[in-house]
Ligand binder design. Sequence first.
Ligand SMILES: Cc1ncc(COP(=O)(O)O)c(C=O)c1O
Length: 424
Amino acid sequence: MTPEYQKETLAIHAGQKPDEKTGARAEPIYMTTAYVFKDAKEAAGRFDLSVPGNIYTRLTNPNNTSYETRMAAVEGGTAAISTSSGMAAISTVILALTNPGDEIVSADNLYGGTFEFFNLTLPNFGRTARFVPSNDLKALKNAINEKTRAVYFESIGNPKLDIPDFEEIAKIAHEAGVPFIVDNTIGIGLVRPLEHGADLVVISATKYANGHGTALAGVIVENGKFPWDNGKFPKFTEPDPAYKGLVHYPTFGVSTVSMSIRISLMRDLGATLSPFNAWLTSIGLETLYLRVGRHAENALVIARHLASHEKVAWVNYPGLMGHPSEKNRDKYFGGSGGPILTFGVKGGFDAAVTVQNNVQLISLLANIGDAKTLIIHPASTTHQQLSEEERISTGVTPDTIRLSVGLENPLDIIADLDHALSLI
Ligand SMILES: Cc1ncc(COP(=O)(O)O)c(C=O)c1O
């Protein structure tokens, strides 16, 4: 695969060519746990990493390798490691970069699961997250200290739907000698954070990368530029006793994070992606650019319709004129407002419940990034476990309804919403 191809071509071809043995154009599925060694010498060589090749699917599998190659190409990175889910990608990357006593600084407008991981679970591992308002760069600067090991943002806050100023945040992180991590779950196909200063991208490929709601998957992609030998990341620069004193950064170079995670945290924690899910997601990626464009077109049509609807109190869609993220949308997303919108109905919580109970085409469920349009009430579901104050900071009010706009004809989505709204 030559890297000169455009991103739309890479999404279809990167990581996969016709099968040499059978001629199969589509990728065969390698549902195997382990791989035969030619002899004892090759077996020993694979284990001490001197002979490249597969050992066991917890570490590598051909389907996972092609998925990782394709994801790295789509995000414009140098290397990637697949994970069993988006949360596995997030937890694994944070554990890889930090030691007990370390901190991260994160935007406060996160997906509820990530917020709870940072807020409640991470302290059990001896690490702390400091939250700052997603639009307050001064607060970000002030929250970074000697213990900080990463700065974390989402490319579009879920469900606040604000877009950060990647380049300014990257500057602040880099001045402090720490990497900038972006969750690009919702922005995939619309923005490449690694081209705007991010050092690592984490993605729940369960959503738009897959595109059809068929499989959990995650990935960590790196850009190979961060200087891991600045004294803050001993895991990458001190001898690893598990591999006869191997030092990860000089050995793995632009693949340091991916390889270090593969040979240590994947070995130890085993948050490995199923090869079948890797295969499904690789196929999903082939239509990524078609889908994200259409998702955004449909979302804009629906946002405009809802904005003038008599039963609707407010609409939050980054594609609308005058949206608070307008500048960053135009700078980083080429003007696209993305695939998700939120709105509030007059009548608050009860009216929101009526809408959810009366949609027919639209599915009431906790997911985003399906070809089908999905609806949810975050305050009573995805963000239920947060305090009132935390909910507000993540952009969730009692009347917020989130719509993951699908690929249906938008007229049908509008008719379904209108019918449900008429019953308030
Ligand atoms: C922005 C974002 N990041 C991460 C996740 C977690 O991904 P997964 O469900 O694949 O673990 C989600 C899930 O909704 C999400 O919306």
